[in-house]
Ligand binder design. Structure first.
Ligand SMILES: Cc1cc2nc3c(=O)[nH]c(=O)nc-3n(C[C@H](O)[C@H](O)[C@H](O)COP(=O)(O)OP(=O)(O)OC[C@H]3O[C@@H](n4cnc5c(N)ncnc54)[C@H](O)[C@@H]3O)c2cc1C
Length: 445
């Protein structure tokens, strides 16, 4: 088949590579000057940085991880033990917060434990799982955990009142905190959350983009960058993309962008797509002179407003020594926003002042400050989102066009899950090619 893939992020590139292996005639169209999407990296004044915040290579699925490691260059990966902390007022608390409560003040420890046990009681009494995220936090973790970390941190990253956010997205993303673990944690016994991320990999050179560069190897002129798709429409039994006929289209670009260029898309679907409002990210590279290196941390969370606008700071030169020039270190600070955000000199100065107050570096040592914006970074998980996205996926899955990827399907996926989706789409396309039928796309949950 002749197959046109819209977007060359990790999803589109993986699928292109697989379909080429299967003997299809593949074309990937990417609007940006370089492939990689959210996995892209750049070098600024000798400092390597990832465009969309520090990316780490990990997966719960061994085969997927091995495939990705091979693409990123197995023998040139740096393996690191994940060390993450929350900067909680005057001290570092291990992350996840519920595993780190031994480090809190006695009063905060008491409030977290009391609230947690009350929540367990209420749940045992049959209190149903709430629909909104704010109530879910109280229901699941109790008032102490909510007030001391979960609510301020989540309000900062999601940029909204958590009562307007659905609780459904947390299933599977936030690990369960059994009573035993909380009691152990409060007693100071070691417990660990997110064990599948306990160690992670990162390319020694080239930033996280070394992964997508490796995946793209061999695509040659089948990958066309600098081509913004402006028109998509049906043509006979197939499709036409910017006037070029093709048998099948696989979309990985954000649905609201797709809806703008999809000629003949039913009006109600177009309107629903337009309601998928992006949460954007400004990721700021901060390069500093240093003769003592960085604390051995991977990243820290900054949950409180008085710590400035960043919700997370990655200790990026710890990922690979080649991320910063000799005698220097680098951080990346992530700030989420809705709509627009001016990241001019004054804003960058305020950000740096706040991070200096947090004790991360001295402003006089900063030699590079470089913001990068990703318009589509996080999914707005508002209360209407679960039903809306179910309707949209159902429509697109029957449309004959395959739509996959973080914003092509609106799944809160990491790059490994995008790779898995590409493998599943490949299997679906093999069935289409074999049967010649217009089968609806069906993907495992
Ligand atoms: C802050 C943050 C941290 C993350 N951390 C990690 C991590 O540590 N580890 C991890 O594995 N994953 C991480 N992820 C997730 C990971 O970045 C994504 O899951 C993955 O990159 C999504 O790939 P994709 O191909 O689906 O989409 P994208 O990367 O968004 O690719 C879509 C492509 O479509 C292109 N496009 C858009 N419009 C058009 C058009 N009209 N015509 C042609 N092309 C177009 C875009 O330029 C883009 O290249 C993180 C994400 C974020 C936001």
């Amino acid at each position: 088949m002749k197959i046109t893939i819209l977007g060359a992020g990790v999803t589109g590139l993986t699928l292109a590579r697989l379909l080429l292996q299967d003997g299809h005639d593949v074309l990937v169209l990417e609007s940006s000057g370089e492939a990689g999407g959210l996995c892209r990296s750049s070098v600024v004044d000798g400092f390597t940085f990832d465009h969309a915040g520090g990316h780490i290579l990990f997966s719960k699925d061994r085969a997927t991880l091995d495939w990705m490691k091979e693409r990123a260059g197995s023998d040139s990966l740096v393996e690191t033990e994940r060390r993450t902390r929350i900067l909680w007022h005057d001290r570092y608390v291990p992350y996840p917060f519920e595993n780190g409560i031994a480090s809190l003040t006695p009063q905060a420890k008491f409030e977290c434990l009391k609230g947690y046990l009350e929540a367990v009681e209420r749940r045992k009494g049959g209190e149903p799982c709430p629909e909104d995220f704010h109530s879910w936090i109280l229901w699941k973790m109790g008032k102490g955990f909510a007030d001391h970390f979960m609510i301020p941190y989540n309000e900062k990253i999601w940029e909204c009142d958590l009562r307007e956010m659905s609780s459904l997205w947390v299933a599977g993303r936030v690990p369960d905190a059994p009573v035993d673990d909380i009691l152990k944690a409060v007693s100071g016994l070691e417990t660990r959350g997110y064990t599948h991320q306990a160690r992670f990999f990162y390319p020694r050179r080239g930033g996280f983009q070394a992964l997508t560069d490796g995946i793209a190897e061999g695509l040659g002129d089948r990958l066309v960058t600098g081509h913004e798709v402006r028109n998509l429409r049906r043509r006979g039994g197939g499709w036409e993309v910017d006037g070029d006929p093709t048998d099948l289209v696989v979309n990985t670009i954000p649905l609201p962008v797709l809806a703008e260029v999809f000629e003949g898309l039913p009006e109600e679907i177009r309107l629903e797509c337009a309601e998928l409002r992006p949460i954007s990210l400004a990721n700021v590279l901060i390069g500093c002179r240093s003769d003592r290196g960085l604390d051995p941390l991977s990243w820290i969370y900054l949950p409180f407003e008085d710590q400035g606008p960043a919700n997370r700071v990655t200790f990026f030169s710890n990922y690979s020594p080649e991320n910063a020039p000799e005698g220097h270190v680098s951080f990346m600070a992530e700030v989420t926003y809705r709509g627009t955000l001016e990241t001019g000199k004054e804003w960058l100065g305020d950000l740096c002042r706040a991070l200096e107050t947090c004790g991360l570096f001295r402003r006089e040592d900063v030699v590079v400050l470089h913001p990068f914006h990703s318009r589509y970074a996080y999914i707005d998980q508002n209360l209407a989102f679960p039903d809306r996205i179910a309707r949209l996926r159902a429509w697109f899955d029957r449309s004959g066009l395959l739509s996959i990827g973080r914003f092509g399907r609106y799944e809160y996926h990491n790059s490994d899950q995008c790779v898995q989706r590409a493998f599943q789409a490949r299997a679906h396309i093999a069935r289409l090619a074999e049967t010649g039928d217009d089968l609806p796309l069906s993907l495992p949950a």
